[in-house]
Ligand binder design. Sequence first.
Ligand SMILES: [Zn+2]
Length: 361
Amino acid sequence: MLLRNIVLFFFVCFSCIYTHDRCTSSEKPAYASLQNIQKNMEQLPCISDGTALKNPIKKVYLKREGDKYFFCIDFIDDISFTPRMYLLPNGAKVILSFNEAVSAPKTKRTNHKVIKGYFFEKFGKSSLMFVLALKENVTFTEKLYTSNSIKIGFRINKKKLIAIDAGHGGRDPGTKSIGGDYEKNITLVMAIELREILMKSGRYKVILTRDKDSFLSIDERKEKVDGTDLMISLHTDSNNDKKLRGISIYTLPNLDSLTNSLGKYDTNENAENYRKILSRSRKFSNILVSYIPNICKISNRPCRNIELKILKVNLPAVLIELGCVTNRTDNTLLHSKDFRDKTNRAILYALDDFFEKEEKK
Ligand SMILES: [Zn+2]
């Protein structure tokens, strides 16, 4: 057994040396028994120093046209390639396959206000992987290929400003939970944690209507959220039926169902504006429901309409009842960081989805 291992060891060592030499040699293999090993070696990146191989990249540069950027790669004229491009919210990955063996150009670091950096890496014998990392969240507008260049067009996304309204506060405690805690405390913890998750994404700026246990009138809250891109008001539900549980999301009712308690809509302009904003709020509400994890057991009718003064703002707005604090399971979940994180991430993904859809329109 030992002797067999020693023979095998020398055989493998010899094979490695032989196949390594083959990278720079055109000689045919002398031993048919080595062919399988050579086949496997050819699937690995060639370890040549690149001097005998073509560097296919002539120039890499960034062009600006108005608010649009183009990241451009020019190739040497006599080389043909096939690209596969994968776009990410803050970067791109491109696999370039050539008809001949190529070497990777040296990695460049940049200190550009938009580009974090980029690099080429050898990928197999005749392919390069190119990775572009951007400092900002962007929307890619186009991918242009010509016979000797690639252009990747993008626009920098402006950060959206989200208002998070923690319901109740101060002398208004809200509902009392089955465990004795008050709604105002649960909504405040949730609002602060949601702010952190949204800001960490790098895609949002956040304002809170309150960040401590203080009382605010509805008008004071509305004044604070004015001018933001979307408002989320956080509350918890309660019910005499202790079995009732789950998340519900509220938006305003249709214009013709309003009792006019929220203000008059006597001009066409006001009515049209109301309809437009309500339609956007409902879109966000429907998207959010699709992201809420199963753990939250969404109630049978998760998207509801209600004539609430806090929702009557000049921007898309939803009120989320995060769960029923009169239900033991919901109350336990609302006091669990894991549950709050899952729900907050669902809100983040729903916001991403909502604004992405709006921008594509
Ligand atoms: Zn409430």
